[in-house]
Design a protein around this ligand. Structure first.
Ligand SMILES: Nc1ncnc2c1ncn2[C@@H]1O[C@H](COP(=O)(O)OP(=O)(O)OP(=O)(O)O)[C@@H](O)[C@H]1O
Length: 236
């Protein structure tokens, strides 16, 4: 799914927190959004994901404004996972059930992702008994299972142990490479952006300061604000 953002602004309590005149995210992108606390990263992805309204501006998906068909093809995962009551298997199968996929196919796909994400042992555990990290992995599995056209991740691996981070990063990359899923990931972890993203955008005080290949933005930034942020020297 290609995304085109134009003239996007967001004002909260008379304070402008977002001002993005233009942003184009090509189909099959794996874009990391970095920037200090309060830069507007979550606000931007929530507006793109359709769960927050903009004050002005337009977001187009493959040239069209959001509609229910497009909405069915996108999904978001947040730092705090939201799971349905029921088992791990039930949660991961849910997006396929509501899309009327046959039970045999559901079983096959859920078993595969349980195995890939090292969740086999907890497949029957109720969602409310999971640890934070386990719940986060289940939320990602549930998001990826239906091969979305757009996957938006807002700090999906904060508070996750290194081996689970590696599993999550692998499945995010795979979804992008094998299914052509467009991925936008907000992360505070520059190493993570460097490991998995193709492109990176740096936000500061509601603006997209610099965007381009990760080689350019992380390793050789043009803008002095980006450079300072990367060096850990930015003043908020
Ligand atoms: N519902 C809201 N009401 C008022 N202000 C808000 C609301 N949501 C966000 N803001 C403000 O908008 C600005 C951008 O917030 P946002 O969460 O998008 O930043 P962020 O870059 O994701 O930050 P962080 O890295 O801390 O998660 C902040 O100043 C925040 O206080």
């Amino acid at each position: 799914m290609k995304i085109k953002v134009s003239g996007l602004t967001k004002v909260y309590n008379n304070k402008q927190v977002l001002n993005i005149p233009k942003l184009e995210i090509e189909k099959g992108s794996l874009l990391g959004i970095i920037g200090p606390n309060g830069a507007g990263k979550s606000t931007l992805v929530k507006i793109i994901g359709g769960i927050e309204t903009s004050t002005s501006g337009l977001v187009l998906f493959d040239g069209k404004p959001i509609n229910s068909n497009l909405y069915q093809n996108m999904t978001m995962v947040f730092q705090k996972p939201y799971l349905l009551r029921g088992s791990v298997f039930y949660n991961i199968a849910y997006p396929l059930r509501i899309r009327k996929v046959e039970e045999e196919e559901i079983s096959r796909r859920v078993e595969k992702i349980l195995d890939e994400m090292d969740l086999v042992e907890i497949r029957n555990q109720k969602s409310w008994t999971l640890s934070g990290g386990e719940a986060q992995k289940v939320a990602l599995a549930r998001a990826i299972i239906f091969n979305p056209s757009l996957l938006i991740l807002d700090e999906p691996t904060a508070n996750i142990d290194p081996s689970s981070i590696a599993i999550m990063e692998k499945i995010i990359k795979k979804s992008n490479q094998e299914n052509g899923t467009t991925v936008i990931i907000v992360t505070h972890n520059l190493q993570q952006a460097n490991r998995i993203c193709k492109d990176v955008g740096f936000m500061y005080r509601g603006e997209l300061i610099e965007i381009g290949s990760k080689e350019k933005v992380i390793r050789n930034p043009e803008n002095v604000l980006t450079r300072d942020f990367i060096k850990g020297e930015i003043l908020i």
